[in-house]
Ligand binder design. Sequence first.
Ligand code: ADP
Ligand code: MG
Length: 598
Amino acid sequence: MDIINILPDSVANQIAAGEVVDRPAGAVKELLENAMDAGAKQIDLVVKDAGRTLLQVTDNGCGMSESDARLCFERHATSKIHRADDLFAIHTMGFRGEALASIAAIAQVELRTRLTGSDLGTQVCIEGSHIVSQQPVACPEGTTMAVKNLFYNVPARRNFLKRDSVELGHIEEVFRRITLIHYDIGFSFVSNGRTLYDLRPGSMLGRIAGLFGAAYKERMYAVDEDTDLVRIHGFVSRPEFGRKTRGEQYIFVNGRFIKHPSLSAAVERAYGDLLPDRTYPSYFIGLTVDPSRIDVNIHPTKTEVKFADDHALFAVLRSAVKRAIGQFSLATELGFDTPDEFNIGPAPQGYIPRQPHVSYNENYNPFHPTPTQTRLTLESLKPYDDRDSRAGRDLDDLDDQPTAAPQARPQQERDELKAPCILLQGRYIVTAISSGLALIDRHRAMERILYDRLSSRRQTADSQTLLFPVDCRFSAADAELLGEMLPELKQYGFEITPRDNTTFVATAIPSDLSTDDLQTLLDQMLVDSKGAAMQRFNDRSQSLCASLARQMASRHAAPTSQEEMQQTVADLFACPMADTTPSGKRIITIVKPEELLR
Ligand code: ADP
Ligand code: MG
């Protein structure tokens, strides 16, 4: 008796779908890739309920003809390869022609598409592989693919989906993996009516900042290399911004995100021992290689890839990153705040540039903040008229000496810090101290003072109950993080409760803060707590505290009286690490008496 059946297409497609689309994020990846393959310059993603009820991608690419709009849902329907040879020169993201067939097997799909230059578009509705309707429709040039009720006919899959916040997190990661490297294309991402990202086309660094926060612009070194084998363009984090988790590590080959342990190792090796223990660099690196030198038979959802020239690639990448780190690290020695970019105008006529002289302390280790960053000792901060004044003592002399363990200054001594103060440009407090003339950045001073107060819990921030509670909204991933931080935030005077997956309601905030920028403040706090900058702190509670202190300080009103300024100076000098902010920025600059003499 014959027992072999040929499975109907709809069943075969459903089985195949299990491989291509295991969760909403898988469908998002396919739809975004198709839009890019269609040459779109703007791509808009809309999801509802983390993709469960709706996943929609709109592009302004080439569009499809009436019959292609039907054909695209057939298995092995692709416009991207025609012959087996084509497999060795793939320049598109997709080529197997199974994504749309798979998605159509497990969802209700509505396609609207208009071929560039054509008058009218086509709408195709398909449900579980069966075309329900096709009709002409007026629509913009390009394509909108709306996938509704994913897995409606595969309850087993549907039941395996995780919480919305988890599924949305997966979609966000897919979105990052695609948008990071296609920074020449504009992308937007709307979830449940809220815009999570609106990314303009531009540079890779701009895209990194758009996805991870503007602060990233200052944390990165550029990596650029062009060899016969490979072209490398990307950014790696400065060693001091290493992260405690291997999170933001992205390598792309020919526009495609890949995981490649030995290339990742190449990047990490380049850092040598510059990275503090148990921290990892962030990196975003695009490699461009001849497509015939990589194995194309990659499974659509897999991120592994094989190179013909593994070892050479490893070596080139490592040395490129090494050079990026080495080449630029001197810059950090040049000033206490390295500017974003050096602004170099045209040189005046006849100007002969001099080689800049850079001196550095060989023993300086940026990761041992206590002994070296505390340049000032308590001694040097005594009031100017102190009998024991050691005026003229060079601060740099103190560099090599271990700093005495921080001690609380006696109250009486603090009261003596009453030298007159001047406020310069609303920002710098100028006053006399034992070792000279002190210029104090008042924002940074407040940051230190508030940090010490908050972290020692000597002072719980005063709380004000809000007459009108304020709503704040976050991406699903951020919302989850914020949820975890709520108990700590409460200690600092915030009364915040979740309303739904992405919305929180604030009913009380620290009294130093205004509600106007509460959203900004919380957003920044989230960036800080994920961001590499805060990895210098031992735990999230410290980093949270530093973030809060920094933001409260930046909103602190300028002092209006002598007493207020003197109080700030006295409060600052009462801090054990009075000369640097929690994130390591210098607070005080001292002009020494001999410099004054000159
Ligand atoms: P593949 O991308 O591997 O070719 P898909 O199933 O993803 O397979 O898509 C099938 C075909 O449908 C593509 O080859 C392309 O011709 C067409 N197509 C899909 N999405 C779009 C789109 N957004 N714009 C234009 N054409 C598209
Ligand atoms: Mg495709």
